[in-house]
Structures are given as C-alpha cells and as structure tokens.
Design a protein around this ligand. Sequence first.
Ligand code: OAD
Length: 238
Amino acid sequence: MSLQEARSHIAAARAITILTGAGISADSGVPTFRGTEGLWRNYRAEDLATPEAFARDPRLVWEWYSWRRELIATKQPNPAHLALAELERRRPETFWLITQNVDGLHRAAGSQCLSEIHGNIWKMRCTGCGLVSDNREVPLPILPTCLQCGGLLRPHIVWFGESLLEEDLRRCDEALRSCDLLLVIGTSGMVYPAAGFASVAKEGGALVIEINLESTQQSNLVDLSLQGRAKDLVPLLL
Ligand code: OAD
C-alpha cells in the first residue's frame, strides 16, 4: 500500500481510532522510554515507576517526576499532535484517541476525545482520600500533600504492576472494536495492554497503519508500516 492509498483509506474511513506512544512527543523534545536516548537507559523502572518504589522512597520518585514535569513544561505540541486534534474537530463522533503518554501534549493541542490510559503527569492522587487534582506547579515541593486531608500525594500515573482504569479499558475496547481504521503512532509496542490493541482492532476487521521511526514488534501484523518522523508523516497522511 502506498502513502497515497493510505491517505484515501483514512479519508474514506467510517470510524478512526488512534494509538500514540512516546514517539509522537519525541518530536516536541520529550524523551522516549526505550532506545538509545530513552529514559530506561539511565533509570530503572523498578526504582521509579512502581507502587513498591513509591512506598520505599516517595522522595526519590517525586524527584524524578518533578524533573520530568519541569522538562515537559517547556515543550509544545508538534504538527503531529495538532493534525490529530484537527482530525477530531472534523469528525468528533467517529474518532477516538488512545494515548500512553502522560505529558498532556494531546490536550494542549486541543484533543478532547481521548483516553490517557497511563494517566497524566499534571494530575495527582491522594494516597489517603483518593482525591484526584490538577496541579501544574513547577517546581514542586519535595513531598506534595493533599489540600483536603493532608495525605501524601502521588503522581496520577499507572505504574508497572498497576491496572488501567476499568472505564478506560472499556472505552478503548469499544473504540478498537468499532473502528475500521487504527493508526498506531510512535510506540514500541512493548507494554501491555496497549501492545495488544493493534491485534484487537485487526480482529474487528480494521485496517491498521503504523507510523514509527523504525520497525517494531507490531510491524509484521499491521497492513502498512510507514517509517519516518511522526511530525512529518501524520500531517501528510491526514
Ligand atoms: P517507547 O520509548 O517504548 O517507544 C517509543 C517508540 O517511538 C519507538 O518505537 C521509537 O522508534 C518511536 N519513535 C521515536 N521517535 C519517533 C518519532 N520522531 N516519530 C515516530 N516514532 C518515533 O515508548 P512507548 O511505546 O510509548 O509507561 O512506551 C510505552 C510505555 O512504557 C510508556 O507509556 C511508559 C513506558 O514505561 C508509563 O509511563 C506508565
């Protein structure tokens, strides 16, 4: 399938679902997780992104998230984020965006029909009363506490070993099974359940197109694998 044919399929699609990963934000300057420049090269997920790590050393975990918040605060949505927001504006009823990214750049670009399945770095959750709050403070106090009950706050992020929200899973399943086109952008396809989403969409009969800098675990499964930068290819396709 050529790029031109892919464009025609997208234009003719009845319902479109998008799955994004860190690669779409790489073009905004946000580091990815895997690969030579990835965060997991220099940091161990077990020390920073698990409930056990937070129980053991909340200060260390918050320092890492605080550093990432400071970095992300300086970044802007790129043409790929903006093209997806524009596509949603054109067809809000037949569009759903699933992102694994916690950076909030899709929302900043104007996307509203989306599931942030791994949470959002600009939200916090109280470990005491469970209250979820928005917080854009940068830099953060070292151990932020809940305004409602004084409990310790944690990042509102789904860590390794934790489950996605039921509501998000249900919404994603619906979007994957009902779409006739799935666009998978900038994800290595290594982390479940998102790594299984392309298969779910294919089982439902959807055409699956991947955009990535390189071939991935999923490239053999998809109908078309386009290699290049998300910020160039996504606007071109849409
Ligand atoms: P990864 O870091 O695993 O993969 C990023 C993918 O983006 C790779 O396949 C790259 O080849 C590709 N990529 C890099 N730059 C690109 C560009 N400019 N254009 C297109 N593609 C590009 O990130 P994810 O797949 O998102 O979990 O990782 C999944 C989850 O693992 C993350 O959500 C995170 C992490 O641990 C949590 O934070 C809970």
